[in-house]
Design a protein around this ligand. Structure first.
Ligand SMILES: [Zn+2]
Length: 306
């Protein structure tokens, strides 16, 4: 009788973004067996489903084995058989995305919000590996969040666990009322204060100069006082937003992702800026950069299956 080792588990993760689709096949211990990338079909739901199915097939072929399939997406699936909700790739909204993907792939598929996938990836084997609890935040064109507790995503009956970008800026100053209008129909949402475009539009409003976020950071590093002031306002707002979540969830650490997570000053400045707003006697909060960066989207999607 021969004893064969069991086939190594293969987990496929797909990250559906606004402009691109990325995919990865992870083997045992998270080793990358195959990776793919393509432009995302625009304004075409059926083509989006077909593109994801084709990418899964290609990844399985490259990996030499079938895999479980997890997908990170903008917005989320409304529980109870609802379609997609809150996706900024608006052609997905209301569509039975999970059903259509499962039919197309002929296997079960798990879907989660892209910020939740980021948080899960960093909790499994990233910046928060071994931590009891983690709040993962994406600061990119928008502002998403995901909560992980004991290795599992917290996503409640509405499918919006960890979403904080459309809560208001807490402890707002008079000059911050009522805040900029948001696409969600409210004013003063955190997303309109702490995302990349928010930093840029605040800098423009205060200085009359339109600059992308990396240029604002570069100017600040070169000693430009106005750029420094813009970063300081942004860090203060982000600190207040994070402190609000820490007081509710009390995570072991906060991990930042998205384009603005590359701003080094945030890791030095956020903990002391948060401290005055932390309810606990111990006001120290650990804020870390991501281990996996952009790859956290695909890795977290793959980790949606145990
Ligand atoms: Zn909003």
């Amino acid at each position: 009788m021969t004893h064969k080792a069991p086939p190594s588990p293969c987990r496929i993760g797909i990250d559906l973004g606004g402009s691109k689709i990325a995919g990865v096949a992870l083997g045992a211990a998270g080793v990358v067996l195959a990776a793919r990338r393509m432009a995302a079909p625009q304004h075409d739901y059926a083509a989006t489903v077909r593109a994801i199915a084709a990418m899964v097939g290609a990844l399985e072929q490259s990996a030499g084995q079938p895999g479980s399939v997890g997908i990170g997406m903008p917005g989320s699936i409304a529980p109870g058989g609802g379609g997609v909700q809150n996706a900024n790739s608006t052609w997905l909204n209301g569509k039975p995305f999970a059903d259509d993907l499962q039919r197309s792939l002929a296997k079960p598929v798990r879907l989660a919000n892209d910020a939740n996938c980021f948080a899960l990836s960093e909790a499994v084997d990233g910046a928060g590996a071994g931590a009891h609890s983690l709040f993962g935040v994406i600061l990119g064109t928008g502002c998403g969040g995901g909560l992980v507790f004991e290795g599992k995503l917290i996503d409640g009956p509405r499918g919006t666990g960890g979403e904080w970008g459309h809560n208001p800026l807490p402890w707002a100053e008079a000059s911050e009322h009522p805040g900029p209008p948001c696409w969600c129909g409210r004013r003063g949402c955190l997303e309109k204060w702490v995302s990349g475009p928010a930093l840029e539009s605040d800098h423009l409003a205060q200085t009359g100069v339109a600059l992308p976020a990396p240029a604002i950071a570069a100017n600040a590093a070169a000693g430009d006082a106005e750029a420094r002031a813009s970063l300081a306002r942004h860090a203060s707002r982000l600190a207040r937003g994070l402190a609000h979540v820490v007081n509710i969830f009390d995570p072991d650490l906060v991990v930042l992702g998205g384009g603005l997570s590359q701003l080094d000053h945030l890791y030095r400045q956020l903990p002391p800026l948060m401290a005055p707003y932390i309810l606990a006697r111990d006001t120290r909060v650990i804020v870390k950069p991501p281990r996996w960066g952009d790859a956290s989207g695909v890795r977290g999607a793959a980790w949606l299956w145990p």
